[in-house]
Design a protein around this ligand. Structure first.
Ligand SMILES: Nc1ncnc2c1ncn2[C@@H]1O[C@H](COP(=O)(O)OP(=O)(O)OP(=O)(O)O)[C@@H](O)[C@H]1O
Length: 188
């Protein structure tokens, strides 16, 4: 959490190996990933990190299942087990019967759930979410947080940026950032 412009998205982008820090180092599972070559960083990111952004950015010309499979499509051929996993993830996010639908026919909250399923297709241990509940109504936001809690219970690490103070009750740890610096860190 932190005011607008304090560096939350920048931090997520550095933690998720999308950006290099201008100083300091990032350790991922004990490894200094700032020292890696770009190709190795890309591979680590593809295999270990799932991203969920405020805007789901689904591809309108693809159906819902294909959108979930997109990261796999970009990396090679889709296997039968990939399709089975996509359907299982869609069931987990409450969209079991929507796989064949065009993504633009889904509501905003449903599209975000598709984006979460897409982030999980590679079974990454780390999920980074930038304001995933922004502009969602309270009930849909709670549902989204329920999904994140289940991921956390299943052993994944979820790092989420939010402006909504009420959501801190879902977190094990809350970090407050001010002008690019950690101001406060509390454990729930
Ligand atoms: N690659 C970069 N180089 C230099 N400055 C950057 C870079 N990326 C972001 N910034 C700046 O860092 C500051 C923090 O941006 P960031 O998007 O992380 O804020 P935020 O806390 O996520 O804000 P918001 O809540 O408004 O989304 C901004 O002033 C932005 O312009």
């Amino acid at each position: 959490m932190g005011p607008s412009g304090s560096g939350k998205s920048t931090l997520l982008s550095i933690v998720g190996l999308l950006s290099q820090p201008s100083e300091g180092a990032v350790f991922f599972d004990g490894q200094d990933v700032t020292q890696l070559r770009e190709r190795e960083r890309t591979q680590l990111r593809a295999e270990r990190v799932g991203f969920v952004f405020q805007f789901p950015s689904l591809v309108n010309t693809l159906n819902v299942r294909e959108n979930v499979l997109l990261p796999k499509m970009l990396r090679g051929r889709i296997t039968k087990s990939d399709r089975t996993r996509a359907d299982s993830l869609l069931a987990q996010v409450g969209l079991a019967d929507r796989g064949e639908d065009r993504s633009y026919t889904l509501s905003g909250g449903e599209q975000r759930r598709v984006a979460l399923a897409r982030a999980l297709i590679g079974d990454p241990p780390l999920v980074l979410a930038d304001e995933p509940t922004g502009a969602l109504d309270e009930t849909t936001a709670e549902e989204m947080m329920g999904l994140f809690s289940r991921l956390q219970t299943a052993g994944k690490t979820v790092v989420m940026v939010t402006h909504d103070r009420s959501l801190t009750r879902f977190a094990n740890r809350t970090v407050k950032i001010q002008s690019g610096v950690i101001d406060r860190c509390s454990t729930n």
